[in-house]
Unconditional design. Sequence first.
Length: 458
Amino acid sequence: MSKMRIEHDSMGKIEVPNDVYYQAQTQRALNNFQFSDRRFPTPALLALLDIKSVAAQANSQLDLLDNAMATAIQQAIVASKKLDFSKHFPLDLFQTGSGTSSNMNINEVIASLASVILQVKVHPNDHVNMGQSSNDVVPACIHISTVRHLKAQLYPVITDLSDKLADLAIQHSNLVKTGRTHLMDAMPITLGQELLCWQQQLNAAQAKIQQAELSLLNLPLGGTAVGTGVNCDPRFAKLACDYLQQQDQIPWQTAVMPALYMSSQDHTLAMASALKGVAVTLLKIANDLRWMNSGPVAGLQEISLTALQPGSSIMPGKVNPVIPEAIAMIAAEVIGNEATITIAAQSGNFQLNVMLPLIADKLLSSIDLLTHACQAMTDKVFAEFTPNAEHLTQALEKNPILATALNSVVGYDMAAKIAKRADKEHKSVLAIALEETKLGEDELKAILDPLHLAKPHK
C-alpha cells in the first residue's frame, strides 16, 4: 500500500498517496466519483495540457507570470505527457459536469512537477490556472481534441476509402448487374455506378463534418467563469490562440462571444450529427455488401468477400461477412453516441453546460470507431474485392424487368405481358419479345442491350 502524505485545499486537509503528482482536489474527486472504469479521454487531457502551456506563455508575455515560473510550468507539461496517465490522471469520466475535477487534476500535476523544477511553490490555481476557468478551458479542450482527431485520424482514412471506391468504380465501369428496388429485381446498372454512389455518399458525409468543424475552430478561452472574462487580461485569449495556431497549424481563433460555447453545445451536437452521417453511410455500404455476398448457393452471390475466419462453431466450411457486420455495430454505436450528445447538449443550464466530459468522450469515441471502420473497409473488404462477373451476367439475362425498355416501343401493357411470360416460362425477355412483337432480333438486342440500359441517359 502506498504511503500517504497530507495535502490541503480550501476545504481543509486530505490524505493523498505519496507516489502521485496530483493534490487535494483530485483526491477528493477520486473519492467521490467511482462510477465506471472509463476515464476523461486522453486526447482531451492532452489538449488541456497544451492549453496550460500556451496560457503560461501568454501570461508571461503579459508580465502577469514570472518568466522562470512560466518556463517551469511548460517544462512540467512536457514531463506530464510522459507520465502514466492511469496513475496520475485517474478521474472517472462521470464527474462534475463542467470537467472541473479533471481541470484541477491537470493543474495540480503540473504545479507539483513545476515546483520540483523551480524549487519554489507553484500554485495550481494562482499560477497554472491563471486567466482561466474550467468553464472555458474544458469546452476549448473538447474543440481542440476533436479537430486534432479529425485531421490526424478520420480524414485520412475517409480519403483512402473514397479513393479505393473511385478506383474500383473505374475498374468495374462496364460490368453490368441487376439493379434492385424494394430488394426486388429492377433495371440494370453497372457495378461501377454502385461503387461510385457509395463513394459520393461518403464524400458528402465528410463534407458535412468539415462544415461542422468550422464552429469548433472558435475557442472560448478568456471567457473564464461565465463568458465575461473576469480575472483575465483582455489580451490573453488572442495570444493563447496564436500560440496554439503556431503549434498545430490549425486556424484557431478567439470566440467573438465565449459565453456561447460555454452555455451551449449546439456546435458539438452538429459535429456528432455529422459523424452520424458517416456512420449511416458505412452502415448502408456494409449492408449492401452483406446482401451482395450472400450465398454461396441460395443467396445473391454477386461478389465474394475475402474469407477471414471460420463462420460457425457447428457448420463446417461456413464463412461469414464478419467485417461488414462489425462495421454495422460500430455504426449503431456512433448513432447512439449522437443521441447521448443530443441529451447532453440540452444540459446547458443558464451559463454552463454540465455534461462536458460525456460530450468529449462520445465525440472522440465516435471518431476513433469511424476511423477503424473506414480503415477496415479499405484494407479488409475492398483490397480484394471480387465480383462474380459470370453470375452477374447470367442473372441479368434472366431478369424479366428488362422488358421495361420496350415501354416506349410496344407500350406498357405489352411490355408487362412480355415480362410476366418471361418470368413464368423462365425465358429471356428477348425470346418472348420475338414471339409477341413484330420487332426484329437485331432491333430488340439494341433496345435490350444491358450496358446501354445501364448507362445514364442525358
